[in-house]
Design a protein around this ligand. Structure first.
Ligand code: NAD
Length: 366
């Protein structure tokens, strides 16, 4: 069907209105016929420094879905960096495709050329669907890549540091909800045991906890269950468990209108990005239900902290020490939310936005 000029204009406006909604600076659509590359790079905010964020490869069902994802994720990166005291901005990239079938050296190198053309405004790292091998290909075309393997002078897999930060957030939330940060006797449901979830399960099971796990992949569940003694439950069943802590560590959006009434936990704290389907709606709903929600972009910042450490000169101990501060930051957010009667998500965003505004003023003076 031939699109009328009016329909085309409406579609163009809708992209710009999406950018305007959360004040994104720039979005780049990357297309290459020969390699089959279809990617979107979103730069949300560069006040604190170059935009840093992962490149995700996912078989999105529509381009609109890919755009929505990259806009949401890049914004989270801005807040994550700001609230963690890092001097980088927020960005993200998505490559539309099946990570199991559509990868090639040429595709990632072509994508690297697009990043190079941004002249340092965007630095990427691996994310869901991409690996350090893919980053090596991008690195052949541009220096704007972090999260390189240790053998190439990088910080290696950020997941252990990320999981440690999430664990700190869980302990802080436990302190707020139960008066002590000991996890002794706590029941914890971990949704997704990939790179991040598995390290988290390892930390959680070091304390006397009862951990339930679920995942799409049966082999992962079998391995994690055998190694750490976690109990496997169904993907749908996990929402109904009588647990103290629900920890989303898979894809985002699992706290939504359909799941929220099923949750019986006191705390939601996990590593997944964008856990709340709609942060206003579910943020408030959790506040009303008295569920302590540790904002995802804060407590999963350990991955970014590790990558940032690589940019300023990698030091693993410093990365862990910085991730440990997530404990204090999480408590600060709970206090602010309680004092001001706002959701923890709102409190965290306000703290992050204040830092960006303050540092923006400092930087405008030279
Ligand atoms: P991963 O792809 O290694 O693992 C994700 C796992 O979750 C997979 O095993 C997948 O099968 C499972 N999963 C997805 N949806 C699920 C669902 N609805 N129910 C049950 N299982 C489900 O990814 P990862 O690196 O472990 O990252 C997990 C989350 O943490 C993502 O949202 C990611 O953006 C976020 N995160 C990860 C890091 C890191 O350093 N790994 C850093 C920051 C944020």
């Amino acid at each position: 069907m031939v699109k009328t000029k009016e329909v085309k204009q409406q579609q163009e406006m809708s992209v710009f209105s999406q950018l305007a909604e959360h004040n994104h600076e720039k979005v780049v659509f990357c297309h290459d016929h020969d390699t089959g590359l279809k990617a979107i790079i979103a730069i949300h905010n560069t006040v604190l420094g170059p935009a840093l964020g992962g490149t995700r490869m996912w078989a999105y069902t529509s381009e609109a879905e890919a755009l929505e994802d990259v806009l949401r994720l890049s914004r989270s990166m801005t807040y994550k960096a700001a609230i963690s005291g890092l001097n980088v901005g927020g960005g993200k990239a998505v490559i539309i495709g099946d990570a199991a079938k559509d990868k090639s050296e040429a595709l990632f190198r072509k994508f690297g050329r697009f990043i190079k053309n941004l002249n340092g405004a965007f630095i990427t790292v691996e994310d869901i669907g991409t690996t350090s091998k893919d980053m090596e290909y991008i690195r052949m075309e541009t220096e704007s890549v972090a999260g390189m393997p240790e053998t190439m002078g990088g910080g290696g897999d950020p997941s252990p540091v990320m999981a440690y930060g999430t664990y700190m957030g869980i302990k802080a939330a436990t302190k707020k909800a139960f008066g002590t940060d000991s996890l002794d006797g706590k029941k914890i449901a971990v949704q997704g045991v990939g790179n991040a979830g598995v390290f988290l399960v390892e930390l959680l099971t070091k304390e006397n906890t009862k951990v339930f796990i679920t995942d799409i992949y049966a082999d992962r569940l079998r391995d994690v269950s055998a190694k750490y003694g976690a109990q496997v439950v169904g993907m749908n069943e996990i929402y109904d468990l009588d647990v103290d802590i629900f920890s989303p560590c898979g894809l985002g959006g699992t706290i939504n209108d359909k799941t929220i009434d099923r949750l019986r936990c006191r705390i939601i704290a996990g590593s997944a990005n964008n856990q709340l389907r709609d942060e206003q709606v579910q943020g408030q709903a959790l506040q009303e239900r008295g569920i302590f929600y540790a904002p995802d972009f804060l407590i999963n910042a350990g991955g970014l902290i590790n990558v940032y450490s690589e940019i300023v000169g990698y030091n693993r101990e410093r990365a862990y020490a910085q991730a440990e501060r997530i404990y204090g930051y999480t408590l600060e957010i709970f206090e602010k939310a309680e004092e001001e009667g706002i959701s923890t998500q709102q409190a965290a965003i306000q703290i992050a936005e204040k830092r960006i505004a303050d540092i923006g003023k400092v930087r405008s003076s030279y």
